[in-house]
Ligand binder design. Structure first.
Ligand SMILES: Nc1nc2c(ncn2[C@@H]2O[C@H](COP(=O)(O)OP(=O)(O)OP(=O)(O)O)[C@@H](O)[C@H]2O)c(=O)[nH]1
Length: 431
């Protein structure tokens, strides 16, 4: 750009096309002399300064900009005017006329005469105030989002249609024991056990196909080797470049899961002996009954009642009675196979379900328990504290329509054992 004539103003009937061009260029174009006074300003500069060219020419920036920003501008200008540098950088101007702070991307270049001496400076600036504001807003929103995502008690991630992680929050990084940068860009198969990655991928594919969110409960071993349970919600969302992707939010429900398991265990277990309770016994017995019916396999039941337990309680106290119940339960358990089920079905009543076992074998098992119970030594007590129990044994018969039929036969057999003097076994129907 050639050096403009100081004080020259576009005037006359045929305006200089070159100046017209500078007025339309969409940037702030100006020149200053060695003293920093304007020697040219295009239309945008004049609009910004709020004065006509006649007024602006020969005046320096102190007439138009706030002093604070002038300091930086002057330093930049000096580097061009004194040092001969060409600089391109961001500058901030406090516009005196409006009180507004605006940001520019400014390119400043020395103007030289024919001998090469610096005679002034050419400045071209682009107003980037709105862009900066937008960037600032985006940055603040990103900071806010990052803060939320990194502090939310959930693993948050984004995965593309090629199984590659596009985003992972800090919580996810902590669980995987990897930095976020290592997760982003990796395939799920690089970071997760193959079967888990494939399970997740199968769910992702369903989402890509249906466009519908999916949810499931997942168990994952974390970086410390602990089994953790997550409630996983995955929703479809296009990646920033428009390609299909999914966003996953996995909430740690380990404690809730453990609580649920504990409640389930408590609901099916007898609190004193740790055996199955009546409810879970009947549930399992129903299944075994159906299975035996289906496969034509035998099924037997032993109903047990400790003898004169009221007398025992009355004589030695309830706490010792409790310990007897526990010892008796352990004794029964020790005589059984994995597939057998022993339950405490009432106060001093027990039931043993024996799948794939006929009446004779069930009778033998009952006899073993009876003998063993007779020599039970509770808390190292003297032999006169020994207990006995009565046993009713019954097996599945062809006409049985439901487990209850077998149950009541075993109960009747138990009644017979009590009638026969206790501490004995009665096998239905024979005795
Ligand atoms: N210690 C203790 N006793 C219990 C528990 N549940 C029930 N019992 C007692 O078991 C006794 C059962 O008594 P009964 O049903 O009269 O029968 P029994 O004294 O065993 O007499 P027979 O069955 O006829 O031999 C009662 O005294 C109950 O209080 C328990 O959890 N702990």
């Amino acid at each position: 750009m050639s050096k403009p004539e100081p004080g020259a103003a576009p005037s006359g009937p045929a305006p200089d096309p070159f100046r017209q061009l500078l007025d339309e260029v969409g940037a702030f174009v100006y020149t200053i002399d060695l003293q920093g006074c304007y020697t040219y300003a295009n239309r945008l500069v004049l609009e910004l300064l709020g004065h006509p060219l006649d007024y602006v020419l020969g005046k320096d920036i102190s007439h138009f900009f706030g002093e604070k920003s002038n300091q930086v501008i002057r330093e930049n200008d000096a580097r061009v005017l004194r040092g001969g540098e060409t600089i391109a950088r961001e500058e901030t101007n406090l516009i005196k006329a409006t009180g507004e702070l605006r940001t520019y991307w400014s390119m400043k270049k020395p103007l030289r005469d024919a001998a090469g001496n610096i005679v002034g400076m050419l400045g071209i600036s682009h107003d980037i105030t709105e862009k900066k504001r937008l960037e600032d807003r985006v940055r603040k929103q990103k900071e806010l989002l990052d803060t939320v995502l990194d502090n939310v008690d959930a693993l948050v991630y984004m995965k593309d249609a090629n199984r590659r992680f596009v985003y992972a929050n800090q919580h996810m990084a902590d669980v995987l024991g990897l930095p976020v940068e290592r997760i982003v860009g990796s395939l799920d198969t690089d970071l997760l056990p193959r079967d888990l990655a494939d399970r997740f991928w199968a769910m992702d594919q369903k989402i890509f196909a249906s466009g519908q969110r999916q949810s499931s409960e997942e168990a994952v071993v974390d970086a410390c080797g602990r089994l953790r349970h997550y409630w996983r919600v995955v929703v479809p969302l296009p990646a920033p470049d428009g390609t299909p992707a999914v966003i996953g939010l996995s909430t740690d429900i380990t404690e809730l899961h453990e609580l649920k398991e504990e409640l389930r265990r408590q609901a099916s277990t007898d609190g004193l002996t740790g055996l199955a309770n009546r409810r879970s016994f009947c549930e399992r017995a129903g299944h075994e009954f159906a299975r035996s019916r289906r496969h034509g396999t035998p099924l037997s039941l032993i109903a047990i009642d400790i003898d004169h337990f009221k007398r025992f309680n009355d004589s030695y106290g309830h706490p010792l009675g409790d310990r007897v119940l526990c010892a008796f339960a352990a004794c029964c358990q020790s005589m059984l196979r994995e597939a057998d089920l022993c339950a405490r079905t009432g106060g001093e009543e027990f039931c043993i379900l024996l799948p794939d076992t006929g009446l004779d074998d069930a009778r033998r098992i009952a006899e073993r328990i009876r003998v063993s119970a007779g020599s039970l030594c509770v808390d190292g007590q003297s032999p006169q504290l020994r207990i006995s129990a009565s046993f009713g044994v019954a097996s599945l018969e062809s006409g049985d329509q439901a487990f209850d039929t077998l149950f009541s036969r075993a109960d009747r057999a138990l009644y017979c054992a009590k009638q026969q003097g206790r501490d004995c076994i009665f096998a239905w129907p024979g005795g």
